[in-house]
Design a protein around this ligand. Structure first.
Ligand SMILES: *Cc1c(COP(=O)(O)O)cnc(C)c1O
Length: 231
């Protein structure tokens, strides 16, 4: 089987598992643009990247191939001084990783750089106690973000939902991942009680824990290794 056939079969299998419940974002970071093209040829359209420069280079390569209907998801930590570079990338559709008030404000400050139709974003929430992870922590910081968002003029970027990651370094990977996902569901419900005009989707689940994430109600899973890795 060629690369497109191999990737296509893995993606098909994953999509069958997800059913109609969740969108599969194929995380292509560290993998060559040729892999994205192979998966694209198998019919996939949603791809995730975690670095602005890498996404920029790949998006240009794909454009050169005549591919103009891809759907880019930015999923990595974003530095405020790179927001304008990210927003200029064609076919950017979602940012999953708005992880601080500062970055949220910068997104709106730079919104004119975005020339596409729709730009949805997720607030990244810290649901575990791992030190190095970025994200909003605690319901009050999210309320502050939502209070800011409701004040913004319509027609720009819009809040699509909440994102989180399970704990990475842990002896109880499954238990901790499920706890993180349950926590995000609770946070969503608590926020919707006060901000009923929002409709918050959930971005949670990676190669190792997407099944659990979907069973907890995830709407977007971000899967890299299980598609592009060996096996
Ligand atoms: C790399 C990455 C993923 C995909 O991880 P895999 O384990 O390869 O599936 C998902 N989400 C984020 C934020 C990532 O950085």
């Amino acid at each position: 089987m060629n690369r497109s056939g191999i990737l296509g079969a893995k993606i098909e299998r994953l999509k069958k598992e997800l059913g109609n419940n969740a969108t599969l974002v194929a995380v292509s970071k560290y993998h060559p643009a040729s892999d994205i093209i192979a998966a694209y040829e198998a019919g996939h359209r949603d791809f995730g990247e975690s670095r602005v420069q890498e996404l920029k280079e790949k998006s240009e390569k794909l454009k050169d191939e005549g591919i103009d209907d891809i759907c880019w998801h930015f999923i990595g930590h974003l530095q405020t001084n790179k927001v304008n570079h990210l927003l200029r990338i064609q076919n950017l559709r979602f940012i999953h990783s708005i992880d601080s008030m500062k970055l949220l404000m910068e997104l709106y400050r730079k919104k004119e750089y975005f020339e596409g139709e729709d730009l949805g974003y997720f607030l990244q929430v810290k649901t575990s106690d791992e030190e190095e992870k970025y994200g909003f922590q605690g319901i009050d910081s999210l309320r502050e973000a939502l209070n800011f968002i409701v004040e913004q003029p319509k027609g720009g970027p819009y809040l699509h939902g909440l994102m989180t990651m399970g704990k990475i370094r842990t002896d109880d990977f499954e238990g901790d991942a499920r706890a993180a996902f349950k926590k995000l569901v609770c946070i969503k419900q608590e926020l919707l009680r006060d901000y009923s005009t929002f409709d918050l989707a959930l971005s949670m689940g990676m190669s190792q824990d997407y099944k659990m994430a979907v069973s907890e109600g995830s709407d977007f899973v971000r899967v890299g290794g299980a598609i592009f890795g060996q096996d």
